[in-house]
Design a protein around this ligand. Structure first.
Ligand SMILES: C[S@@+](CC[C@H](N)C(=O)[O-])C[C@H]1O[C@@H](n2cnc3c(N)ncnc32)[C@H](O)[C@@H]1O
Length: 249
């Protein structure tokens, strides 16, 4: 089982520290997009966390199930209105299975990068595909690797600098990895935590999808279907279970 970087201490403050990601202007377009793809079917969220997306999606009438590694995050989900009705399996979303079949599986907020090897990311696509009905879709929201912003010879880029919070990404280009270092001033203390990620390019994700029997259907730079361009810093990609060559037996 991979290491759980979202234990009790992180879970207790997750919603507060990610408050900008809970804003209706961020959540509503994502939920509109996902509800449209789910249609009349069920949805499976990989890395469901505290239910930022799953709860409003369920409120739209989509039956949502989830997988997450962190008991502590899922406890927060269960304590919210409607949370107890969402079935969640505790486990690694690269390998854990959930009963049912789904028209939609989705993995948002850069969480594919929490899988730190290519094998694990491929396994995640295979696992998502195995849960989908024919014609069902797998959606990923993830940043485009920020290497254009990294001058030759340097390995560290700040992603947040405020008087009370600092964040730095430390790149290991040869290994296609990065460690996000987070620092927070709490009273007279400095809290620190570091999380490893594997960044991944859109084209590599398309190959992973092909291995899993999925084909690219849509790629956008935002949930309102804004065009994906050379300047885009993130993408929302939708792969469809086609049942053609490449399907895992
Ligand atoms: C950044 S949070 C996102 C939570 C939620 N999807 C959201 O958008 O707010 C990442 C979540 O993925 C979970 N996670 C990370 N790696 C995982 C893995 N390999 N298997 C299952 N869950 C994982 C974490 O426990 C955490 O709840």
């Amino acid at each position: 089982m991979p290491e759980d970087f979202f234990g009790e201490q992180v879970a207790a403050r997750y919603d507060e520290l990610s408050d900008e990601m809970f804003a209706p202007s961020v959540v509503d377009p994502a939920v509109d997009f996902l509800a449209g793809l789910a249609g009349e079917g069920d949805a499976l969220e990989l890395g469901i966390g505290t239910g930022r997306i799953a709860l409003p999606l369920a409120q739209r009438g989509v039956r949502v199930k989830g997988i997450d590694l962190s008991e502590a995050m899922v406890e927060r989900l269960r304590s919210k209105p409607g949370g107890a009705e969402i079935d969640v399996e505790i486990g690694d979303f690269a390998t854990t299975t959930v009963a049912g079949s789904f028209t939609l599986a989705y993995l948002v907020f850069n969480t594919i990068n929490n899988l730190t090897t290519q094998d694990a990311q491929v396994a995640c696509f295979e696992n998502a595909a195995a849960h989908l009905e024919q014609g069902g879709c797998f959606v990923i929201e993830v940043g485009v690797p920020g290497l254009q912003r990294l001058p030759p010879g340097e390995t560290v880029r700040p992603f947040r600098v405020t008087p009370t919070r600092l964040g730095f990404d430390e790149y290991d280009i040869a290994a296609q990895g990065l460690i996000s270092h987070h620092f927070r001033v709490v009273g007279d203390r400095l809290e620190a935590r570091s999380i490893p990620f594997r960044y991944v390019w859109p084209a590599e994700l398309d190959l992973m999808a092909r291995i899993a029997g999925l084909t690219l259907r849509e790629r956008w730079s935002g949930w309102k279907r804004e065009p994906f361009t050379s300047e885009s810093t993130k993408h929302i990609s939708v792969w469809e279970k086609s049942g053609e060559a490449g399907t895992v037996a």
